[in-house]
Design a binder for this molecule. Structure first.
Ligand code: ADP
Ligand code: MG
Length: 241
């Protein structure tokens, strides 16, 4: 097999992943090579079922490849276990999902704070809570939700819920933001608002991000677009879609 040195901040090298349906192996990724440069906003397109979520989960250590490697800053990370793996997942990577995954009984403000409670441990949280609360407020202001901070998710629009999820992801100060169809459940105008927010955050903080989408309008706002097809990644221009 041909081997190449990883060059980017985050790389996939020959990533292979299959699922099993009974005795049948269903190949999803058949050797994905991908390099993400620091500060880059990359869009991954591809038909439904092409393996976009699978690839994102493998890059962010939510899942493991059957073969191949994930490399972060020159170091292989897919083989990390336990604490080191949790730490990367919680601190280095930030995740945004199509259906927001907010806790319904907590306000937007509390949803942004929850990962800090869990991540810090109680005593550490208590000693830092004033700063963490101020940061949560500032993040919610930044995503345009100062007037909705103390609302429950059920009182928010889809776009507002996704903005809350973005603020929550940013609270842990990730170096790489992984967004899986962040506009997939939104109307066109709210979706455009969310992608513009991500674009602005990418520019103003140099935050590296991958945005999975099947919407060419969304994808073309990224720096670069790749497409997943037949288990591999290829460079892509949304103008071709
Ligand atoms: P996409 O995000 O591009 O729609 P996915 O990565 O979710 O695609 O899924 C790719 C393929 O893998 C699909 O055929 C899906 O049914 C299958 N798949 C995904 N997750 C699992 C799983 N946990 N078990 C079995 N099959 C799965
Ligand atoms: Mg998906």
């Amino acid at each position: 097999m041909e081997t190449m040195e990883p060059t980017g901040l985050l790389s996939a090298r020959g990533v292979v992943k299959s699922y099993w349906k009974g005795r049948n192996e269903v190949p999803v990724l058949r050797g994905v090579d991908l390099d993400l440069e620091p500060g880059e906003m990359l869009a991954i397109m591809g038909a439904s079922g092409s393996g976009k979520s699978t690839l994102l989960h493998i890059l962010g250590l939510l899942d493991s490849p059957d073969a191949g490697e994930v490399v972060l800053g020159g170091e292989r990370i897919d083989t990390y276990r336990d604490r080191r793996r949790d730490e990367l997942r919680n601190r280095t990577f930030g995740f945004i999902f199509q259906f927001y995954h907010l806790l319904p009984e907590l306000t937007a403000f509390e949803n942004v704070l929850v990962p800090q409670w869990i991540g810090c441990g109680l005593w550490s949280y208590l000693s830092q809570r004033r700063r963490l609360k101020r940061e949560a407020e500032m993040l919610l202001e930044r995503v345009g939700l100062s007037h909705r901070m103390h609302h429950l998710p059920s009182e928010l629009s889809g776009g507002e819920m996704q903005r809350t999820a973005i603020a929550r992801a940013l609270a842990a100060r990730p170096s790489v933001l992984l967004a899986d169809e962040p506009t997939g459940n939104l109307d066109a105008a709210s979706g455009q608002g969310v992608i513009e927010l991500l674009r602005d955050l990418n520019r103003e903080r140099g935050l590296t991000m991958i945005v999975v989408t099947h919407d060419p309008q969304i994808a073309q706002q990224a720096d670069r677009v790749v497409r997943l097809a037949e288990g591999r990644v290829e460079e892509w221009s949304p103008a071709l879609a």
